[in-house]
Design a protein around this ligand. Sequence first.
Ligand SMILES: [Zn+2]
Length: 453
Amino acid sequence: MIVVPLTVAQQRSRTSKAPELDPQIVAAVKEASPARVKATIEKLVSFYNRSTLSPADAAAIAKGRGVGAAREWVRSEFERYSKDCGGCLKVEMQSFTVNPPARRIPRPTEIVNVVATLGGADPGNAGRIYAVSGHYDSRNSDNDNVTDAAPGANDDASGTAVALECARVLSAHKFPATIVFIAFAGEEQGLYGSAHYAEAAKAANLDIGAVLNNDIVGGNRTPHDTRQEPQWVRVFSEGVPAAATPEQIKLIRATGMEDDSPSRQLARYIREVAPQYVPGFEPKPVSRPDRYLRGGDHLSFNEQGFAAVRLTEYREDYNHQHQTPRFEKGVEYGDQPKFVDFAYVANVARLNAATLASLASAPAPPANVRLLTKNLENDSTLTWSASPGGLATKYEVLWRPTTDSDWPPQNVEAVGNATQTTLPRSKDNVIFAVRAVDAKGHRSLAVVPLPER
Ligand SMILES: [Zn+2]
C-alpha cells in the first residue's frame, strides 16, 4: 500500500474542525415558514397599490387600500410577534416629509419606515446593531399612478416578508447584540426611507455592524422559465466603499484592497453561514454594489459608511416588476403572487436569520487591526485591540491569495486570547484578516488590517 503524505493544507483541513452548530440558531432557522411568507405577501398585495404617493389618510386605511394601510398592517404584525415574546420588540414608525421639488415626489409626501428592535441581552454588546430590511412600497408602470394595481409581490413584498419572518423567528430567542427589522418606504422614488434612516443612524453614531437588504427575493415561478436557479441567491456588495475618502481610496489602490471592503467581508460571512445553517441553498456573491446602474436601500447605508449588501433572486423577470398587470400579445405582465416561489423566499429568510443570529451571538470584531510594515521582512506581524464587549476568548488570523475571493477554510491560524501575532508568511503575497471568536465558536466579521509604518 502506498501512503501519500498529506500537504500542510490538507493536514490543517483535517484537523481544523467545522464550527459547531448553535442549537438556538438551528431552532430559529427551522421555524421560518413558506406558508407564513405566502400569507404576508398576499396580505401586502391586498392593499392594491402601495405606492409611497398613494393615499394614507384614515379613510384609505379603513378601506385597506394604499401605503398607509400597508404600514399599519406591518406595524400590527411586529406588535403581534412582540406580544408572543412578552414585549421583546420595540416597534416604531419613523416618519418624515419630503417636499417638492424632489425626484419623483410631485407633492409633499409623508414617508414612514416601520422599525422593530430586538434589544441585545448583554449590556456590553447591546450597542452593536445588525439589521435586515425590505421595502414595503410598490409601483406599477407609472411612478405617479396610485389608482391601478401595483401588487409588488416580488418587488418588494418578498423582502418585507423576509424582514417580518426574521422578526418572528428570532424574537423567540435572545442574543447579546441588537437586531433591527426594517420595512422601508420611498424606495421606488429614490431610496428616500433608507437614506433618512442611514443618515439619522450616522448622525446618532449608531454602531451598525451589518445590513442585509432584501429586494426581489421572490424566486420565479413564471411558466416555461426553466433558467431560474432556485438554490441560488445573489449577494451584491460594493468593492471600493462609497464613503471612502480620497486618502482611503489612495491606500486601497496602493495595497490592492479593492476586494476587501467591510461590505465584501459581510458577503463572505453569509457564504460561510449558508452551508452550516441552510445547506443546499447557496449565496452567489456578485462583486459590484448592485445590478447594472440600478440601486437599492443597502446603498443608502454604504453612502454613510456602513457595511450593507443586497440579496436578490438569481434571475429576474422584468415582465413581473414595475408593470401594471395586463395581457399584451399573449404575455402576462404584473408583479403578482402567482409568480413568487414561497419556498424560495423562506430559504432567503432562513439565510438572513442565520446570518443575523450568528453576528448577534458573536463577539464584536477586533478593533484597530494593523499590519506592521516598518521592517522589510518575509514574516508578517499583525496587531489589534481586544474585541470590545468582552465576549471574545480567542482570535483567528485568516489569509488568502490576492487573486482568491473567498477565505479558504484551511487558511486559519488560531492565536489564542492575544492581540498580536507573527506568521511566517509574506504580507506581499496574501491578504490577511483577523476575527474574534467566543467560547462557543461564534465568529465576528473579519477585519482586514491597515498598514502601520
Ligand atoms: Zn425593489
